[in-house]
Ligand binder design. Structure first.
Ligand SMILES: [Zn+2]
Length: 99
């Protein structure tokens, strides 16, 4: 990344918070570059499947946008711009320590 990302807002800590506070998330593949914003229904589906406390920070999943793509989909959140919904190792340690 090369630039310092802001702290991930607390409204993105769990899927329930994201929905309750109207957070916006986007999934983007790191290989084919395809991306899609998660609509309310998609967010509800994640909450239903994974539980209200499910945290998308640092998650990734195999690309399903493009057939045959071996890339990984990662999540971004909206805060005037799209920001990565993951932290580097130092930041993750900080996040864990602050619990
Ligand atoms: Zn892909």
């Amino acid at each position: 990344m090369g630039k310092t990302a802001p702290l991930i807002p607390s409204s993105y800590r769990t899927i329930a918070d994201t929905i309750a506070r109207g957070g916006r998330l986007k999934a983007q593949c790191d290989t084919c570059g395809e991306s899609r914003e998660l609509d309310r229904l998609a967010l509800e589906r994640i909450r239903h499947a994974k539980g209200a406390d499910y945290c998308l920070i640092g998650r990734r999943s195999p690309c399903r946008f493009t057939r045959g793509c071996a890339g990984w989909v990662r999540f971004f959140y909206w805060n005037a711009f799209w920001w990565p919904l993951w932290r580097d190792r130092d930041d993750t340690r900080w996040l864990l320590a602050s619990k």
